[in-house]
Ligand binder design. Structure first.
Ligand code: SAH
Ligand code: SF4
Length: 419
């Protein structure tokens, strides 16, 4: 396959059992190492490998870690508690990167979308959704997705690669850059002039959802490592209660998710009958509805205070009857799940094989669930005008590159010598 040297493609859509691809630190042309996404232990090792003695390496790693993840600093020269001679030494060997921004868009409803690019040229997206009482950042875990749910645009992307921890945590850091939300001072060292500047409150970015491109549980290790940096009190310091991971139902990874990441769980259920779920969420052929719900019931943190969110996309005449709603209630009760149902009006995309259910159908569906004592809000689609709504993410670059190819073909044809 003619792929770039450090490009690792996962199995092409159609497979429900992709092979996770381990990826090293992405090599840079200038030979320096990008620290973004690395944990303190790894940074310590790298500093020791570069020549610092064990004690120095540990101290410097602690300082750099703080600047990197807590303060959002990208320049070693600005890391003021690190010795003046040490700073150029670091600069020669290391960098603190950010994902490359290809395009940033603003929706009329305040939603923002960023098209990002990996160093090996793959595009992915993140979306920021501001609300009155919260600001939610929707981040991607993969470029594309191997799972091909039939209503999801991301599932139609041809190329799939796991994002690295740096590319995942980098989204959150980039959002903080864009929103100007890094704490100004140090929390752990009481320096008076610094203390006054520190402000952890008034944040715009309060919540993170792993609901962008990709299936997070098919990129388990990288997602876990990135979320550890996000949740680390010395790092980005966001509470696990404010993070939600959405899965289409990778049953074998769910218990690990509870144990090793411990964030809130959202499950893309979308159908309550085997034939229908087999069609719209093909992973169902591998892990069926009952098996999935049993895994939800066993999810380590499932309790009334930490309910599992069940996402249900409303598809006209497919999964939206009153009987479907009653069956959903029956299943949730059968497994005694502390549940909340999120009804998502289907967001159309060009060529999609479905239509959204009518508003009164959605209302009726919601009422049946609600009357059974389960909350079932209907999600308002956000950022539709910039293709930022659920399931619409499919990089503009992919679309552009096809247009580009066509243009190139036309130019070539036009410039071909006559005869
Ligand atoms: N792969 C994960 C997370 C990303 S998808 C998962 O499937 O859970 C985030 C949510 O958007 C999922 O519930 C997904 O089913 C839903 N979704 C996908 N395409 C959609 C569309 N066209 N309209 C509405 N919701 C969609
Ligand atoms: Fe992948 Fe989720 Fe889209 Fe299904 S809904 S194709 S699992 S991103």
């Amino acid at each position: 396959m003619p792929a770039m040297a450090d490009t690792h493609l996962m199995t092409i859509p159609g497979q429900v059992n992709p092979v996770p691809v381990a990826r090293d630190i992405t090599p840079r042309a200038d030979g320096r190492v990008d620290l973004l996404g690395l944990p303190k232990k790894r940074i310590t090792e790298l500093f020791a490998d570069a020549g610092l003695d064990a004690k120095q390496a540990k101290l410097r790693a602690k300082q750099v870690f703080h600047w990197l993840y807590h303060r959002g600093e990208t320049e070693f020269s600005a890391m003021t508690d690190i010795g003046k001679t040490m700073r150029p030494w670091l600069e020669e060997r290391f960098v603190v990167g950010r994902p490359d921004v290809v395009e940033a868009q603003h929706s009329s409803d305040g939603t923002r979308k960023w098209l990002l690019r990996t160093p090996d040229g793959h595009d992915y997206e993140m979306v920021f959704i501001p609300d009155a009482d919260r600001g939610t950042l929707c981040i991607s875990s993969q470029v594309g997705c191997t799972l091909n749910c039939t209503f999801c645009h991301t599932g139609t992307m041809r190329l799939v690669r796991n994002l690295t921890p740096g590319e995942i945590v980098g989204q959150v850091m980039l959002a903080r850059d864009a929103l100007g939300e890094w704490p100004k001072g140090r929390m752990d060292i009481a320096e008076e002039e610094d203390e006054a500047e520190y402000r952890a409150d008034g944040r715009l970015l309060t919540n993170i959802v792993l609901m962008g491109m990709g299936e997070p549980l098919y990129n388990f290790d990288n997602v876990r490592d990135a979320m550890k940096l996000v949740m680390d009190g010395e790092g980005l310091g966001l509470s696990r209660r404010r993070i939600t991971l959405s899965t289409s139902g990778v049953v074998p990874a769910m218990a690990r998710c509870g144990d090793e990441i411990g964030v809130n769980l959202a499950v893309s259920l979308h159908a309550v009958r085997k034939e229908v779920r087999d069609e719209i969420v093909p992973l169902n052929r591998k892990y069926g509805i009952e098996e999935l719900l049993a895994a939800c019931a066993a999810y380590p943190r499932a309790s009334n205070s930490r309910r599992i969110t069940f996402e249900y996309v409303m598809l006209r005449d497919k999964n939206d009857s009153d009987d479907d709603a009653r069956e959903l209630v029956r299943l949730l009760k059968k497994y005694d799940l502390p549940a909340k149902v999120n009804l998502i009006p289907f967001n159309p995309w060009a060529g999609a094989p479905y239509e959204c259910s009518a508003p009164d159908r959605i209302r009726s569906f919601s009422n049946i669930i609600f009357e059974a004592g389960i909350s079932a809000p209907v999600r308002t689609p956000r950022g539709r005008d910039i293709d930022a709504a659920c399931g619409q993410l499919k990089t503009a670059a992919e679309k552009k590159s096809r247009a580009q190819l066509r243009r190139e073909a036309e130019e070539e044809a036009a410039s071909a010598p006559a005869g």
